[in-house]
Design a protein around this ligand. Structure first.
Ligand SMILES: [Zn+2]
Length: 375
């Protein structure tokens, strides 16, 4: 019997450990000061290389020459700041964000192309789209001795990935796998299903009332495809506050200038922080914009949830007078079955989980699952 992984707990476990540790020894904010910092765990180092992935909270790591960043989520870049002075490798979008938000000096950042191999310290490196947040990348490392290691970063496996020659034609020695939802109970609809549902809901709402606000909740980075799908299908602009527009500008979105606006009156589609998609906030928002809107629909894209009041599709709809709020299970991590399919496609010789690895028991459970998949 496999117990459910406590995702949020385990995802944050390194942070909890960091804060516990900081009670004893005050951790230095300087990247290259080892004071109070933990030792880098093995699963962040790539076997047979001098590389590490998403390992910035340990200070300079002995023997490491290249620090790779898979994407701009805080549990992956944690520890990276303007004092970083080693060699950072990432793609263009992540580099834009690292410069803008963390003020890492440009001289330390090497931008790597997507889907094109380059040589870093004698290793052939190829970045592939991880289908997670904007800029998210998987890394294929081809070593001089012929070994190929694949690091997924955070990813949502898709059938599109099975068409990539580099994955079709490589024998993967070690797969560093995003195991966020590595349990059979984690199943949720495809992103396409959710986007189609959102589009149909918005279209119906606007048919009933043209003065309807459509509010999409977002994080700093992530879930952008929800409001982009609405904007592209309905050919409307997207309103966001100035600071959010600055972040969105880093994402190299096509037709950025015609797509986005800082004028809330020029469109019904507003991007808001995820916490503000609530009945109370939207009620005030409607009152403040009564000249423009009569009613509102809000979308709160989430990962997998334990909520009871869900439909078969996993979508939660709640009505508060003229306000409707939809919790939509738009996951940017693989479901259990997608992860299994990806492993069975890549056929790695060894799998190294990178999430929920806090306890030996959890690692054992995941290894049992991997054995079943490969038998
Ligand atoms: Zn992530």
């Amino acid at each position: 019997m496999v117990t459910k992984p406590s995702v949020s707990q385990s995802k944050n476990s390194s942070h909890n450990q960091e804060s516990k540790q900081s009670n004893k020894i005050r951790k230095s904010n300087k990247w290259n000061d080892p004071k109070g910092k933990r030792k880098c765990p093995f699963y962040k180092k790539i076997t047979g290389t001098t590389f590490c992935v998403d390992a910035f909270s340990y200070g300079p790591i002995s023997g490491i020459t290249a620090y790779f960043l898979s994407h701009f989520h805080s549990d992956h870049y944690y520890g990276l700041n303007k004092t970083f002075n080693a060699k950072l490798y990432c793609n263009k979008i992540t580099a834009n964000l690292v410069s803008r938000m963390l003020h890492v000096e440009k001289q330390y950042i090497t931008i790597l192309p997507m889907h094109q191999s380059v040589v870093v310290d004698d290793v052939e490196v190829t970045l592939l789209d991880a289908n997670h947040c904007p800029g998210s990348a998987m890394f294929v490392f081809r070593l001089r001795n012929g070994s190929v290691h694949l690091h997924t970063g955070d990813f949502r496996a898709s059938e599109e990935m099975e068409k990539l020659d580099i994955l079709k034609n490589s024998v993967i020695s070690e797969l560093y796998l995003d195991t966020t939802y590595c349990d059979p109970s984690y199943d949720f609809p495809s992103q396409k299903f959710v986007l189609d549902y959102v589009l149909a809901t918005v279209t119906d709402a606007l048919k009933c009332n043209k003065r309807c606000l459509v509010a999409c909740g977002t994080y700093t980075i992530g879930k952008e495809k929800v409001f982009l799908a609405i904007a592209r299908a309905l050919e409307c602009k997207v309103y966001a506050q100035k600071n959010k527009l600055g972040t969105l500008q880093c994402l190299e979105i096509e037709n950025f200038k015609t797509l986005f606006t800082s004028d809330p009156h020029s469109t019904f589609l507003h991007v808001l922080p995820i916490w503000s998609v609530s009945a109370k906030f939207l009620r005030n928002y409607l009152d403040q914009n009564a000249d423009q809107f009569d009613c509102a629909i809000g979308f709160k894209p989430t990962g997998w949830t334990h909520t009871n009041n869900v439909t078969a599709s996993g979508i939660v709809a709640r009505q508060y007078g003229s306000i409707s709020i939809y919790g939509v299970p738009y996951s940017e991590h693989s479901s259990y079955s997608e992860m299994r399919r990806f492993v069975q496609f890549t056929k790695p010789r060894k799998i190294i989980p990178t999430v929920n690895v806090g306890s030996p028991e959890k690692r054992r459970e995941m290894n049992m699952i991997f054995q079943q998949w490969r038998s």
